[in-house]
Design a protein around this ligand. Structure first.
Ligand code: ADP
Ligand code: ADP
Length: 236
């Protein structure tokens, strides 16, 4: 099936004095269980596209469907449920939104409780999630003594607690050294393989892009190039 699809997706930010067309007609389809990279220069519309897929706001025009839900026509309640259970969005710096005086297990526990309030079915056990991101041995460690890579994995565990079908990650390796970056990438690959979670990863990093099965490039709010890894993408 199709996890996410967009058709002639347009998004315009209306600001004082002028409008900014962040997305100018995006056609993109992501199959269920796919792991794709989204590349493009700064300001090309990557974050806007990710935010629309995450149901943060509705598009100005066009269509975007996540699972069975057409977001341009969705009710507020449907969008709430989408954000709580269907899609997890890791924005840049999401590791800084964890509770610092708590452990990874407590942070995942809070996310799990929030997801349960929306729908108790399918919510993952914190130990299962922490093991899947390789943090079992650090589960009860205060976050302040985790490395930057471990913090990012803790943020990933929090994102996975609601058992989302789709994981959207904006530059999750952007602030990490190469070793930590590779560990986070490998972990994302294992999550994708193990749970079949569809992953859309925004990156500027050419090495990250080449390691992914498919990358899509966005330029000036339009899909500019698509290829299997290494074939056709531009490095920014
Ligand atoms: P990217 O993630 O590729 O850097 P963005 O989606 O953040 O691109 O931005 C696309 C365009 O929309 C840019 O021109 C940016 O300046 C503009 N933009 C992004 N967010 C807003 C906003 N909240 N208000 C006005 N313009 C915005
Ligand atoms: P038009 O603008 O040509 O009148 P629409 O833009 O409403 O038509 O839809 C064109 C086609 O795209 C329709 O067959 C519609 O079912 C399909 N469509 C709508 N939303 C999506 C989506 N999110 N992803 C893929 N296809 C879609």
């Amino acid at each position: 099936g199709t996890a996410v699809s967009t058709r002639r997706l347009v998004h315009i930010y209306r600001t004082e004095g002028h409008d900014v067309a962040a997305l100018a007609g995006v056609d993109l389809s992501v199959a269920a269980g796919e792991f794709i990279g989204l590349l493009g220069p700064s300001g090309s519309g990557k974050s806007t596209l990710l935010s629309l897929m995450g149901g943060l706001f509705r598009p100005s025009a066009g269509h975007i469907r996540v699972g069975e839900l057409e977001l341009s026509a969705a009710t507020a309640r449907e969008l709430d449920r989408l954000r709580a259970r269907t899609v997890s969005l890791m924005l840049q710096g999401s590791q800084r939104n964890l509770l610092p005086y708590c452990s990874p297990r407590e942070n995942v526990g809070f996310a799990q409780a929030a997801a349960r309030r929306v729908d108790p079915s399918g919510v993952r056990d914190p130990d299962e999630v922490l093991a899947s991101v390789g943090l079992a041995s650090r589960a009860d460690t205060d976050l302040r003594s985790l490395s930057p890579g471990e913090l990012q994995l803790a943020a990933l565990a929090v994102a996975l607690a609601p058992s989302p079908g789709v994981l959207l990650a904006d530059e999750p390796t952007g602030e990490l050294d190469h070793r930590a970056r590779d560990r986070v990438l490998e972990t994302l690959g294992e999550i994708n393989a193990h749970w079949g979670t569809t992953i859309v990863l925004v990156t500027h990093d050419a090495e990250v892009a080449t390691s992914l099965p498919r990358t899509v490039t966005i330029r000036d709010g339009r899909i500019g190039g698509e290829g299997r890894s290494g074939e056709e993408y531009s490095v920014v």
